[in-house]
Structures are given as structure tokens and as C-alpha cells.
Design a protein. Structure first.
Length: 276
């Protein structure tokens, strides 16, 4: 079935709508229900007791992403009243077609079909649009690529450099938006991935993670010594594992402003390095 938007835009639905139907034999009356599409899918089986769920019929309890309430459209005094409500509430106003008011089963069926159509339009609109943050990241990423390309062409005799991985360009943008604590959290995660790859002799994955850590290091203070951390993390010896732990602990201490504790860790690092 098709639905007609009397108010709103089918290409950009709001996600909530007054859905109405007409009856040929009742020209002065409309039947309406309220449609909601949820931005987060809900599993109602977590909240509805089993003995009650059996009485809810075919209602999709485990995947409730859109619904109409009431499930059977109710009679409204006039279309003008419905239109006024949609304007006050900033709802879409959607026409679902003609029906027979005495056939309750068919009324519910038509309302369900209209909900599915409206929900599909909402899903299509979300799929075709990006969030402001995604748009900003894409724009900055494109600008970064253009800057790098123009800088390379301006040099008289540029030295050949390896082609930049697109994922690293994206990470460069994402890291620039992160707080220092978030960057350190990401560093800890990447360090764990690197150690796992090194222990498993997975050189390809180790190289990818190392490149990502190198990008992240450019967004952290030099005194965090992330490159020194990366150097020892690439070795799976027990001594290197201890050094990596000391380096990452020192990063967190510096970020927290605990200079004294960071200095003590620096001494431990140096002592361990001198054991060669």
C-alpha cells in the first residue's frame, strides 16, 4: 500500500505521525491512530511476563521498532481537528486510504500495513543521510587529503612516500576529536591488540596496529614517549612486556598530573633498559 503525506515530507519523515483513514459512508469523520518509529529497537520479551505475552497475539515483542497506538484507528470528530493536532505537535500527517469502519480486523490490518510503509520510509531516510559528526569527519578527511596532495605537488623534487591508507586518514581525524583520556584508552586497546599479534607471530596485523599507534602518537604530548612504547611493544620478551606496562602507566600518570609518580616510573624504565 501507499501512504500520502498531507503534512511532512516522505523523503524525510519525522519518525512520528498521525495516521488517518476515511470511510466513504462517513464523509464528516476520520479514523486515526498514532505511529511511532523507535530509534532503538526494543525487545519487550525482557519486560512482559510469559503468561501475559501469550495474550498479545502476533505483536512482534522481540523486535519492536515501530507501532501504532491504538492498534485499531479510532474515530476523530473532523479532519480539521486532526490537522490542528499535527501542527501543534509537529507530527507528520499521513493518509492511509479508505476502509470500512465496521470491519475491525481489516482496520487493524490496514493500520499495520501503513506502519510498515511509514517505518520503511524512515529507515530509507536514515540510510541516505549521515550524522553531522560523520559529515564533519568526511569533510575534514577530504581537506586533509587535498592538503597532503597539494603539499606534495608544491615540493620541487619530492621524495617518494608510501601511499596513505584511507583508514589511517580517518583515524587521524577521529583522534583529533578525542579527549586525552579517550586517546589513552584507545592506546591501551591498541597496545593489547599489538601484543596479541606479536605473540601470535601475525606480522601483517602487527604492522597495521603499529601504524595506527604511530598516528595516535602524533596526537599525544611528546613527553608521553609513545614511540618508545611502540618500540618495546613489538618484542614479545618478558622484559619488553614489563617496559610496555611501565610506559603506559607513565602516560596515565602524566595525564592525571601526577608528575612525581611519572618520574619514579621513568627511573624504573631506565633501570630496566640498562639491564641489556
Amino acid at each position: 500500500m501507499d501512504v500520502i503525506f498531507d503534512r511532512g515530507d516522505s523523503q524525510n519523515p519525522k519518525g512520528h505521525a498521525l495516521l488517518y483513514f476515511r470511510v466513504d459512508t462517513e464523509p464528516d469523520k476520520v479514523y486515526a491512530t498514532y505511529v511511532v518509529t523507535l530509534p532503538v529497537k526494543s525487545d519487550l520479551t525482557k519486560y512482559v511476563p510469559p503468561f501475559l505475552a501469550s495474550h498479545l497475539g502476533n505483536m512482534p515483542l522481540s523486535d519492536l521498532s515501530a507501532f501504532a497506538m491504538p492498534p485499531v484507528p479510532e474515530g476523530i470528530g473532523s479532519f480539521a481537528e486532526l490537522e490542528r493536532m499535527s501542527q501543534l505537535r509537529e507530527d507528520d500527517l499521513v493518509y492511509g486510504g479508505n476502509m470500512f469502519s465496521f470491519d475491525l480486523a481489516r482496520m487493524m490490518e490496514m493500520a499495520t500495513e501503513a506502519v510498515q510503509v511509514y517505518s520503511g520510509l524512515c529507515s530509507d531516510a536514515l540510510a541516505m543521510s549521515s550524522t553531522p559528526a560523520e559529515g564533519a569527519a568526511a569533510a575534514i578527511g577530504e581537506e586533509l587529503i587535498e592538503t597532503l596532495e597539494s603539499a606534495g605537488s608544491a615540493a620541487p623534487e619530492p621524495e617518494p612516500e608510501p601511499e596513505l591508507d584511507g583508514s589511517l586518514n580517518v583515524n587521524e581525524v577521529l583522534f583529533s576529536f578525542m579527549s586525552e583520556s579517550d586517546k589513552l584508552g584507545e592506546l591501551s586497546k591498541l597496545l593489547g591488540q599489538l601484543r596479541f599479534a606479536v605473540d601470535g607471530s601475525d606480522q601483517a596485523n602487527a604492522g597495521e596496529v603499529s601504524a595506527e599507534i604511530t598516528v595516535l602518537a602524533r596526537h599525544l604530548p611528546d613527553n608521553f614517549r609513545v614511540n618508545d612504547l611502540l618500540e618495546v611493544a613489538g618484542d614479545n620478551s618478558e622484559r619488553s612486556s614489563q617496559l610496555a606496562k611501565l610506559y603506559i602507566d607513565r602516560c596515565f600518570r602524566l595525564s592525571a598530573g601526577e608528575e612525581g609518580a611519572a618520574d619514579e616510573l621513568a627511573i624504573q624504565i631506565q633501570l630496566l633498559r640498562d639491564q641489556d
